[in-house]
Design a protein around this ligand. Structure first.
Ligand SMILES: [Zn+2]
Length: 322
């Protein structure tokens, strides 16, 4: 028997959809992953609902036995109206996501931006459990933060609070999609880390990454750079050192701006490299040793990695309805 405390959370990504049944204790009972069809908004909604039906079929569940379903969606989302305002990854603009899903599934649906859902997932099931004032920093293909003050989202006057990905942390640095130059996102997001390595290789620096030889340079991934760094590749270590230093600065800004109980780092980048995390910690300690102001707020354990792992997106979506 499935207890009514279990809920379905759906992490909708530009390439993959993960749908999982999550227990009130924070365990994934079962999950399915399917490719996202982004050929049209209707096709995307179809592929989302198919992934949920394949989960309920796998579990031999009647979807109507469950409560509402939560969805974490990339891009700008209006939770109240249920509209997906804009999403680069899904290629949609002003799509009636909630009503489209509800008509396909026949149950109530709640949609939210995926990073905001991620913060709720940390609060409900993860590292931020029991905290009322924290910042959730997502470093993945993009970078943004979510600020929780007194247990509620702090969005700012224009809904921009937490858009730290577009704070310039390296004037004169790489150009950003937003029009800025040297934005945090243009330096420490997955694609930006890869670009930094590629640029160094093009400038003639030798590296096992360039000798890898299988494909063109532009197929280098952050994961390959992290592996090369573990194997003491000089160029990869240089990239991680530089990027880690910038991430530490951005974390210092967040600490000084919000003085939170903790900052939780989620997303695909920091979770994949021990060396990167070590460099970030070292740099933060240096910054704290230099500034008595920062030292008043900074302590070991202030900055933590998400513990929700690969299913963080599913937990976040489940937290919307649990
Ligand atoms: Zn930017």
């Amino acid at each position: 028997m499935i207890s009514d405390q279990k809920v379905i959370g759906v992490d909708v990504g530009g390439t993959k959809i993960a749908a999982g049944l999550v227990s009130a204790e924070g365990k994934i009972v079962s999950a399915v992953r399917r490719l996202t069809d982004v050929s049209s908004p209707e096709a995307t909604l179809d592929s989302i609902s198919r992934s949920i039906f394949s989960l309920t079929e796998k579990l031999k569940l009647d979807i109507h036995e469950l409560g509402p379903i939560g969805f974490g969606i990339p891009g700008l989302v209006d939770r109240n109206s249920g509209i997906g305002i804009a999403s680069v990854n899904l290629g949609w603009k002003n799509v009636k996501v909630r009503s489209g899903l509800e008509s396909r599934l026949g149950v109530r649906c709640v949609i939210e931006n995926d990073v905001r859902a991620g913060a709720l997932g940390e609060l409900r099931f993860g590292t931020a459990k029991g905290y009322k004032n924290f910042v959730y920093l997502n470093i993945g293909t993009g970078i943004s933060a979510v600020v929780i003050l007194d247990g509620a989202f702090y969005s700012g006057v224009n809904g921009i609070a937490g858009e730290i990905g577009h704070a310039v942390i390296d004037p004169g640095g790489p150009l950003c999609k937003c029009g800025g130059q040297g934005c945090f996102e243009a330096i420490a997001s997955g694609p930006a880390i890869a670009q930094r390595a590629i640029k160094k290789i093009r400038n003639g620096k030798s590296s096992m990454l360039s000798l890898d030889g299988q494909g063109p340079l532009n197929t280098i991934t952050p994961e390959e750079i992290f592996i090369a760094a573990e194997q003491k590749d000089g160029l990869a270590l240089e990239v991680i050192n530089e990027v880690g230093g910038f991430i530490a600065h951005a974390l210092e800004y967040l600490v000084l701006a919000y003085d939170p109980q903790i900052i939780v780092i989620g997303g695909s980048i920091c979770l994949k490299s021990k060396i990167l995390n070590r460099i970030i910690s070292q740099k933060l300690q240096e910054l704290s040793d230099q500034s008595w102001v920062f030292a008043k707020a900074y302590r070991k354990g202030l900055i933590r990695l998400s513990t929700l792992g690969n299913n963080a997106g599913v937990f976040g979506a489940a937290a919307l309805v649990s």
